[in-house]
Structures are given as C-alpha cells and as structure tokens.
Design a protein around this ligand. Structure first.
Ligand code: MN
Length: 306
C-alpha cells in the first residue's frame, strides 16, 4: 500500500440522517454506485445500529465500513465523574463489538473526551484517565485488527486534542499500535499553524483522514488550500482511508447536526456533492503524487547531458 492506493470514503450523513434499513440501503447503494470504497457510519447511538442488516448491505454492495462517534458529556472518560467514565468505557467497548461483528476496519472520532464545548481546560488527571481507558479499548480491538483513530478537532468540540502534535503525544501515551491519529482538514484549518507540517510531523502515526472545506460544503468551494494538505499526505506516504465529510441542513441527524452546528443549507443534492468530492480528491491525489515525483527526480535536460 502506498499513497494513491488510499480507500476513499464518504460519511453517511451526506445521504441520510438515520439508519433504518431503507436509509442504510440508500446510503450504502449510493456510496457504492458513485464508486467509493467505504462508508463511514456514525454510531453516536450504537443501539440504533442493526448490525446484521448493515453487514448484509455492506456485503451486497461490496463496500467497506468504518464507524465514528463522539462520546456524550455524560460518558466523558476525561472528566472527574467516575460513573461517567465507566459509562464511556462501556460505550467504547460496545462500539468495538459492533466493529468486530461488522468487519469494520476503523473506529474514529472524539473517543477520548465528551463531544462538546468545554468551559474549562482539560486536567492532567483527566487526560491520564482517558489514556488508561483507551489503552484497554485499543487492546480489546487489537485482535480484530480494528484501528482507533483519535480525531483531532477544534476547540469548540473538545478540550483534549486540538492539534496534531497533541494527537501524536496522546497515542504515544496509549502505547498500543492500533492507537492512531485521525486528522481532519476542516479542524486543522482552525487550529494548525501549518497543515502540511502538521501532517508531516504526524507521519506514520496518521491512521485516518477526513476531508472537508472551511464551511463543510462542496470541496474547493471554501477557503481551504488543499494543495499543501495532499502534498503532506504524499510526502509521508499516507496509504490509509481518506473520507469526505460534509453537512447541510438538507440532511439532519438530530444529535450530530446539532452538536456540529449545522444551521445552514450548503447543498441540496447529496449525490452530486459526493460525486464531485470523489473527482476532486482523486485530482488532488494525482497532483500531489506528481509533485513528489518531480521534486525527487533529477530533470533530464541539456545540463545533465553535457
Ligand atoms: Mn471529521
């Protein structure tokens, strides 16, 4: 596997706001038809996921699946309430069991704290508790080859991991090989000084990547410069999944849309949106691979021939 072999994915919320059989079929069938390799299924409420039905549909359409979530504040494993931490660990273990039964390769998102705007900084004790719990969760997931992607998000969604450097340090503290950093260029645009350098410094700790523009609408229609981002991914030889995330008030998941603050209608046609995102991403991958090739080879010209 090398950069360019990446599985391309799409978040289910580009298609549907729930996960009934009709909704799951619509999302999975559409994702496969547009030509993606994987679908990311939100599991903020894992009890609503019918694992057998989902597995059958993924097999029917030959699509890979990944799961993503953020812990609700009453399941915060980084806080001072031991009961909440217990609930959070049980929730993460529940999602590991779902991923194992589905054959999902990754569980990603805000796994290490509540998915909420904090009104105070994280504490050292809370951080250490989060590391200890995630070590147990990663160890439970390891035999099923499940990678846990600690998603680095902006300051309004957690107080633990806001930068790639914090993500790397956190995974090193967890110390289990399937603890990986998940970067998302929407969040990087808010928090990183230099997105390309942040990707390079994450290096082989990077296990999952989200694309999204500054307003979370059509890729390339916002203010993010994607060229250095894909160049960074090429330079580290990133071969993992690249999943497109976009949200509009057109498709609503009552829980997720509200936490993310999706109040505006940025698109109406999810299929057109994801079709465009796939072409855009493939073009960026081709450009970044060419940059790497051109910058690492001596040009053949008269100066070399003389
Ligand atoms: Mn994301």
């Amino acid at each position: 596997m090398a950069f360019g072999d990446n599985k391309l994915g799409v978040h289910a919320l580009c298609w549907v706001g729930g996960w009934s059989e009709t909704e799951a079929r619509r999302a999975i069938e559409g994702t496969a038809r547009v030509g993606y390799d994987l679908i990311e299924i939100p599991t903020l409420d894992p009890d609503t996921i019918d694992v057998g039905m989902t597995k059958r549909l993924l097999e029917e359409y030959k699509l890979a699946g990944t799961l993503s979530l953020g812990l609700s504040p009453d399941m915060d494993i980084s806080g001072s309430d031991p009961e909440a931490a217990k609930r959070g660990e049980a929730e993460l273990m529940k999602v590991v069991a779902i991923a194992r039964d589905l054959g999902a390769s990754h569980i990603t998102g805000i796994l290490y704290s509540g998915f909420t705007k904090y009104n105070q900084p994280a504490t050292q004790k809370g951080l250490e508790q989060s590391v200890t719990i995630l070590r147990r969760v990663c160890e439970a997931a390891l035999p099923s080859n499940i990678t846990l992607g600690m998603e680095v998000v902006n300051r309004y969604e957690t107080n633990i991991l806001n930068t790639a450097a914090q993500g790397v340090a956190f995974c090193e503290m967890v110390g289990v090989p399937n603890a990986k950093v998940h970067l998302d260029c929407y969040h990087m645009n808010i928090e990183e000084a230099d997105a390309e350098q942040a990707i390079i410094q994450t290096g082989d700790r990077l296990g999952y990547f989200h694309t999204g523009d500054s307003h979370r609408g059509y890729l390339g229609s916002g203010s993010i410069d994607f060229i250095p981002i894909f160049r960074g991914l090429a330079r580290i030889g990133y071969a993992g999944p690249i999943t497109f995330e976009s949200f509009s008030s057109e498709v609503v998941d009552a829980k997720l849309s509200n936490i993310l603050g999706i109040w505006r209608n940025l698109w109406t046609d999810g299929e057109d949106l994801v079709r465009h995102a796939k072409a855009f991403t493939e073009a960026q991958i081709t450009s970044a691979a060419a940059t790497l090739r051109l910058s690492s080879h001596q040009p053949k010209g008269v100066l070399q021939n003389g």
